[in-house]
Write a protein that binds this ligand. Sequence first.
Ligand code: SAM
Length: 217
Amino acid sequence: MLTDTYKHKGMRKGLVKKLMEKGIKDEKVLKAIECVPRHFFFENAFLEHAYQDKAFPIGEGQTISQPFTVAFQTELLMVNPGDKVLEIGTGSGYQCCVLNELGARVYTIEYNKNLYAGAKAFLPKIGYNAVFRHGDGSQGWPLYAPYDKILVTAGAPGIPAKLIEQLQINGILVIPVGDTEQQRMLRITKISEKQVYSEEFDYFRFVPLLGKFGWNE
Ligand code: SAM
């Protein structure tokens, strides 16, 4: 059964404290992480891992991202309530819940069919929602473009031009770019139809972005 006890809430507060110590400052992001029961995404046997700051396997060879990574990417995305956000790499759906807590309208794409089906069925059960799609997010999702924000939660070999195309002017793309070992976190702001402003942040290690503009399978 899915229960969120005082013990879980206390563990989440502890996690938020750790994230603050690691440099996450945005109060709204910290609050969102404090609200989402991350243990709902874990089997009973692994509950003690839910509030540790680490990535964890979710099956299909994929992971639920480390809370610090979720917080870091979400902070860079600067989500405003009502923003239309495209997430590439639904995975467990946890990041999607954090975006929901910030008031985002989330469109999320997952390449792996089982993970897509799992998140689509599970999120409404725990009070979160999104528009879900099974497909190749390296090409974006033209149907609902333009987006205020695009978040890529898998490591890309480069910046897919289609993602910039599908951003609103002043829209923001957060994407880890590099090789399969490590990727640099980039924040790309679309200044005009022809101009972007790029910022570089720390290195991370993500599972690879697959698909047409990702790594070949
Ligand atoms: N955001 C997820 C969460 O909160 O659990 C974590 C995502 S996991 C680190 C990366 C996900 O990206 C994996 O589930 C993987 O299957 C997915 N992925 C990889 N390439 C993709 C693509 N081209 N389109 C959509 N999803 C992709």
